[in-house]
Design a protein around this ligand. Structure first.
Ligand code: WT7
Length: 656
């Protein structure tokens, strides 16, 4: 079983202390130093962040008010003016970093490119001017649907430079999903590529954009800017489509960064929730810049000598915060890789580590479990001795995977930094500081300084040590999401109304279950809502259900997570059919494909079970708990007497 259980966690007593030489060279080098920072921050969070904002970022104009907290709406560094692209680029140009590698990129077919800070700055400025030429103005939204190529980072920074907000849509999402998101954001321009390389195939992207925009389905979009990557055939709409390579190289490289208000919109990133369509998580400029900068610096101990590689896609928050903004704001070298382990080269990740001498490596438990399965020979055949720190994110890491990562990849030498956070939090919330915090396999350890985390019951009362509860954050932090794009009410409902305020203190509800052990270490147990975590990707069960019922054969659908050794969780769907349809393997395949079309391959159900009826309460609510049990082949737990029709369950059980 891949998810840690309460029992296994309670038995986990191993403790790994930071090595002496790591600690002595680290930004934060002892538990005493962490503790002092933590206490200082807890006593006066606003003052703590204000001091760091002054020290670590460049501002065009200083703020008047550090924190304006009108629950649940927050503002940080009110009145301050800055530009994150300036902090990520311009300010390094006057230092020796001018000719330091900002981005090292490796393409899947083996092509590669390195951009120094000066080169990246130039291309960002040029692209910013191209966007202006296409009519993009401060405050507009630009959709990105791109492969993992340097142009993705360039496009993000170019948007930020002129004050346009980007909304990156993961290249694995379908045309339908893309259309919804572009419409919600009312994007003016879409930036894409002809295609991208994925597992030895040239995956089309422009074709999906064409499909999303068909019949003027997204009226806000005036232009599509296309990077040539795979050279595959594309349809062209001359009044709308523009080639990147025909515009960018000849555009002026003179484009001063627009002074942005600290609270100006930086980006929207869509993520799944319990209800309805994916919500546009809103992040603004100043607080996000500061928080991603500080967390990368202290939790990954980033230094000028590091070659830092985060394996995420820029389509997710991890790519935003920890491939682009956090690393570049710190003047670090960030490595971007287009590929994924594949039949033709299952050891490609370790090739990349060896080739570039990667020192910090950040990936997800689902990838680690896949590596374990591929065998120790692959990493052992490469020289991984450059590695000095290993990070993990996306889901609870099972202690076996943690130990393998530590021993086989890290050679027993590297601290493991398990970072718990979310799209909504913008940056790491629970994380070890590697030169300070002793680690326990499976625990994201302690809150970052300035983060007041707790585990509470539904009334908001803290639970005792080793008791399960809900993970909450008790004080706003700089990179907290500001709202759901265009929907303040949904923001309030989703994050602030599950648990009542305590003594006037509002509690941010993360949607995760957790416990804290006797040493104050947090153990995140996974989602407590109807959100699935499939290979570290977040999927709403309701989204998949809506996709299923949009197929003419489907009368009703209920989606639950089934434990999966590699993916952590897999999508399992129960479906009842309209009268004229009958169950068959081909219909099953068709329905799976239908979900891929509606959402994307990441949501493809691992299994679908046809049922005559779904278990419901007398008031007609589907009892998912039972379905989860059935999907995982477990005994039905809990009271079945509230059920409307007992025979439904018996029938489903028989068919298992
Ligand atoms: C959800 C957020 C943050 C970037 C990747 C996912 C789960 C994330 C951990 C971790 C246990 C984790 C939580 C969280 N999660 N990191 N280290 N340990 N669980 O971002 O798509 O917004 O998903 O991922 O359930 O709520 P996301």
């Amino acid at each position: 079983m891949s998810q840690p259980t309460i029992e296994s966690i309670l038995q986990e007593k191993r403790l790994f202390r930071p090595a002496e030489d790591f600690s002595s060279a680290a930004h934060i080098s002892s538990m005493a130093q962490y503790q002092a920072l933590y206490e200082q921050a807890a006593a006066d969070p606003a003052a703590f962040w204000a001091e760091l904002a002054e020290q670590e970022l460049d501002w065009f104009q200083k703020w008047d008010q550090t924190l304006d907290w009108q629950p649940p709406f927050v503002k940080w560094f009110v009145g301050g003016k800055l530009n994150i692209s300036y902090n990520c680029l311009d300010r390094h140009l006057t230092t020796w970093r001018r000719n330091k590698a900002a981005l090292i990129w490796e393409g899947e077919p083996g092509d590669s490119r390195t951009l120094t800070y000066a080169q990246l700055h130039r291309e960002v400025c040029q692209m910013a001017n191209v966007l202006k030429d296409l009519g993009v103005k401060k405050g507009d939204r630009v959709g990105l649907y791109m492969p993992m190529i340097p142009e993705a980072a360039i496009a993000m920074l170019a948007c930020a430079r002129i004050g346009a907000a980007h909304t990156v849509i993961f290249g694995g999402f379908s045309a339908d999903a893309l259309r919804d998101r572009l419409n919600d954001a009312e994007a003016k321009v879409v930036i894409t590529a002809d295609g991208g390389f994925r597992k030895d195939k040239a995956v089309p992207l422009k074709a999906a954009v064409d499909q999303a925009l068909e019949d003027n389905a997204v009226p806000s979009v005036a232009h599509v800017l296309v990077v040539q990557r795979t050279q595959q055939e594309v349809n062209w709409q001359a009044d709308r489509d523009v080639w990147w390579h025909e515009r960018q190289p000849t555009a002026s490289a003179d484009c001063p960064a627009e002074p942005m208000d600290s609270e100006d919109l930086l980006f929207i990133l869509y993520t799944s929730g319990t209800t309805g369509k994916p919500k546009g998580v809103v992040h603004t400029t100043g607080g996000y810049n500061l928080y991603t900068h500080m967390t990368l610096k202290w939790a990954f101990d980033i230094k000028d000598t590091d070659v830092y590689w985060c394996t995420a896609d820029v389509g997710w928050i991890t790519g935003h915060s920890y491939i682009v903004y956090g690393p570049l704001s710190n003047g670090a070298t960030s490595l971007m890789y287009e590929g994924a382990p594949r039949a033709s080269n299952p050891g490609c990740f370790w090739d990349v580590v060896e080739k570039y001498g990667v020192t910090i490596f950040y990936t997800a438990p689902t990838a680690i479990r896949a590596f374990i399965k591929m065998g120790d020979e692959l990493p052992k055949a490469r020289d991984l001795s450059s590695l000095r720190l290993l990070g993990t994110v996306g889901e609870p890491i099972n202690p076996e995977a943690w130990m393998w990562y530590h021993e086989v990849i890290g050679g027993g030498q590297c601290p493991i930094v398990d970072t718990w956070w979310q799209t909504e939090t913008g940056g790491f919330m629970l994380t070890p500081l590697p030169g300070a915090t002793p680690t326990k396999p499976g625990s994201a350890t302690k809150p970052f300084p300035g983060i007041l985390a707790d585990v509470v019951d539904l009334d908001g009362n803290p639970v005792g040590a080793n008791e399960g509860g809900y993970l909450v954050i008790k004080h706003p932090w700089p990179s907290m999401m500001r709202t759901v794009y265009g929907n303040d009410e949904r923001y309030r409902k989703t994050y602030w109304e599950h648990i009542p305020p305590q003594d006037g203190q509002y509690l941010y509800f993360a949607g995760d279950g957790a416990r804290r052990d006797e040493d104050g270490y947090f153990w995140v147990m996974g989602r407590v809502d109807d959100v699935l975590n499939v290979s570290g990707h977040r999927l709403g069960t309701m989204e998949i259900e809506s996709a299923l019922v949009s197929h003419p054969a489907v009368a009703e659908a209920a989606v639950v997570g089934r434990k999966d050794e590699l993916k952590g969780e897999d999508v399992f769907a129960f479906v009842t059919l309209e009268g004229q349809y009958s169950p068959s393997d081909s219909l099953k395949a068709e329905l799976k494909q239908h979900v891929v079309k509606e959402i994307g391959a990441i949501a493809r159900p691992g299994d679908i079970r046809f049922a005559d009826a779904l278990p419901k309460t007398r008031s007609g609510k589907i009892i998912r708990r039972f379905l989860r049990n059935l999907a995982s082949g477990e005994e039905i737990v809990g009271d079945a007497t509230t059920m409307e029709d007992q025979s439904v369950l018996d029938k489903l059980r028989e068919e298992a």
